[in-house]
Design a protein around this ligand. Sequence first.
Ligand SMILES: Nc1nc2c(ncn2[C@@H]2O[C@H](COP(=O)(O)OP(=O)(O)OP(=O)(O)O)[C@@H](O)[C@H]2O)c(=O)[nH]1
Ligand SMILES: [Mg+2]
Length: 202
Amino acid sequence: MVNITELQKSLITGLILAGGRATRMQELDKGLQIFRDATLIEHVIKRFAPQVNSIIINANRNQPTYSELGYPVVSDVRADYAGPLAGLEAGLLACETPYLLTVPCDSPFLPLNLASKLMHELERTNADLAMACSGNSAQPCLQPVFCLIKTMHLNRLQAYLNGGGRKMSGWFDGLTMTPVYFENETEFTNLNTLDELGLYSP
Ligand SMILES: Nc1nc2c(ncn2[C@@H]2O[C@H](COP(=O)(O)OP(=O)(O)OP(=O)(O)O)[C@@H](O)[C@H]2O)c(=O)[nH]1
Ligand SMILES: [Mg+2]
């Protein structure tokens, strides 16, 4: 188990992506739905906040409600729900540290060692970004919304988006990406439907 140092942590801003339309959840605002004893985003904050220097929330609806959680809220700067990369762009624009770590708002079991493992591997490999991966090197399953990125690559993301690119796995072509394996796949469970919210309740 690698621990994150206070210095490493001070360099990382955490971005919670809550800007989607949630079409599979009746277009409800996913982050604000109740799961067990709290909203989905509150579960995420509980596991994520101790890992990063500060948090930014990306949301395109109900911004005043998200603000009540006590963190800055940023909205997409381009219209029409351009996908998670539009949220990443908004987060990178607001980020004041050299690294940004993203997580989605609908992953209430996210790894408690996410920042430490990604930062350790990013520094070890001197890559541009480090991405979580469940499974193993024989059967990798990339988790592109769990990603540690050097903030200076905002320009490249914007060029990709301006050219019409929308794929989470396409924007970093030409950059070096280190996949980082996590054994416990269930930590990446994300809840997309009302049924799933109920299924995972006790
Ligand atoms: N900022 C922003 N974030 C998005 C957008 N679309 C998806 N996301 C976020 O990306 C993450 C992964 O997306 P999904 O799990 O597909 O969520 P979703 O798109 O809201 O839900 P579906 O419409 O059911 O696919 C979630 O945290 C979403 O909030 C978007 O257009 N803008
Ligand atoms: Mg989606």
